[in-house]
Design a protein around this ligand. Sequence first.
Ligand SMILES: Nc1ncnc2c1ncn2[C@@H]1O[C@H](COP(=O)(O)OP(=O)(O)OP(=O)(O)O)[C@@H](O)[C@H]1O
Ligand SMILES: CCCC(=O)O
Length: 355
Amino acid sequence: MIAYVINPGTASTKLALAHIQPSDNPSLPGNIRVELEKREVSHPDLPVPFIEKLPLIRQEIWQGIKGWPRPEAVVGRGGILGPLPAGTYRVTQELSDFAIHSPYKDHITNLGAPLALEVAKAFGVEAYVVDPMSVDELLPEARISGFPGAERTSLFHALNAKAVARRTAYEVGKRFTDSVIVVAHLGNKSSITTYRKGRAIDTTGAHLEEGPFTPSGTGMLPLSKLLDLAYQYPRARVEQMLLFESGFKGLTGTADLKELEQRQDEPQVKLAVKAFVYQVAKYIGSYSVVAGRPDAIAITGGIARWFSLVDMIEEKLSWIAPVVVIPGELELEALAEGVGRVLVGHEQPREWVKP
Ligand SMILES: Nc1ncnc2c1ncn2[C@@H]1O[C@H](COP(=O)(O)OP(=O)(O)OP(=O)(O)O)[C@@H](O)[C@H]1O
Ligand SMILES: CCCC(=O)O
């Protein structure tokens, strides 16, 4: 069976032609075999609302899939679709319209559903999204903050984190649905998440929530310092500072971690790296106690390609559990596996309900 996989990002669109077969091998995720032919097309990372990137990304997709055999389904990256359980969702017109006009956040992944639907309609097949960013499986007690009404929310790298957790469980000889796995996704945004028995029971979140600082974001700030900022500047300016002028960029002058890897002997860079390692380890440590001792800790995302930095994190954590490093991400694989389980009949797609 053939599926097209569409993953729109801020600076590139990733596409894959997925060849999917059922399999009796229990070590394969969802008992299916998936082979991917991948393509990536870069576009400028313009600071404009995601909807303005739609024409360019649409063009990239139609160009990218030219010559591919006819698909049985099309799957796109799910965006911010309201709190929902993990799984594969059929894209309806209502879901697609909601993604385009998302009342939650301006996020590029909201283009995944509408674009998948557009391509699917052209071939007369169904479109799906898998494990959207707004997957919410938080424990009731994890949802509570110290301020009544200000509940913690779940908005994180749900697609990659789950795929990485599943693979990590397999690597340490456990079933995902019987294990506790802590996943640290360290990319342009970060999220630390605890999976217990296959569910994301707590997460720092990835967007102006909690967690360590990032290439250009503050991560969690002391409340008093945040209040000082909030009373000094308008909200849009504060958000700009928190998201784009802080973290490694604020501390060293650049958010390009490949450059910092080259400059890692400079004292200012050394201290920033030490602080980052310290914060990441501290968050992973706290997410390692909420569900009993973890069976493994996984480190993933683009920053996991900085091996000496990852070694420093691992050194602080290896007494807790084995550390498995999966650099980059498994998003295309996870999307293909999600739609594959539906195509081979191992799983029924979920129906999305407007929040
Ligand atoms: N070889 C490398 N060495 C050091 N840092 C790297 C390396 N490769 C990528 N990075 C860093 O990883 C970060 C990008 O990570 P990633 O590709 O996961 O981000 P993204 O997909 O844009 O965002 P997110 O992961 O939040 O969805 C950048 O800060 C980049 O500098
Ligand atoms: C979950 C956040 C994903 C991103 O912004 O890349």
